[in-house]
Design a protein around this ligand. Sequence first.
Ligand code: GRF
Length: 209
Amino acid sequence: MSKAGRLVVLVSGSGTNLQALLDASADPSYGARVVAVGADRDGIEGLARATRAQVPTFVEKLGDYATRAEWDAAIAARIAAYEPDLVVSAGFMKILGPPTLDAFPVLNTHPALLPSFPGAHGVRDALVHGVKVTGCTVMLADSGVDTGPIVAQEAVPVLPDDDEAVLHERIKTVERRLLVEIVGRMAREGWTVSGRQVRIGNLTGGEST
Ligand code: GRF
């Protein structure tokens, strides 16, 4: 059973999911704390949030490397320096390569109910499709685009006058709460993965609490 106390959080944008984790981990009983924040670009609010919280940051830009493999190795090395128990990809707009995925469990969050609407435009794609319920998914990352084993999901209604921004904000309110809950439970209770089945907690007798 894995446990997660030290978190490295990866961001590419506003970092409100990161902020929710920073706020939660201010309470020692949460069981996990953000030890570093990484990004694939400069000048984003996510990095500013980390700096305000006095959490160290690092940036590795894909464009600074000749090959994707070199970037994969570089970001894995930056992450490894902080010895995380869990990496949280929270609005990080890059697929991580084998050097990271083979070394650390990586949790990802997505603003749709997977396996529907994977990829960078999950909110827009759900809206265009005309679904009446969408939501958010917290999953373990694998080498695919939003294809890893699902840890938790929560539904969010689509309302008649929604545009992408309004719907995304409604989803993110739920997403932040779910991510904080799941990361905390994984840290405090541990988790196991069997095939696509992820279970949090003490599994003796085959039950999760
Ligand atoms: C989240 O909805 C995440 O699932 C998606 O981008 C958003 C990031 O929001 N990939 P923030 O940067 O945490 O505010």
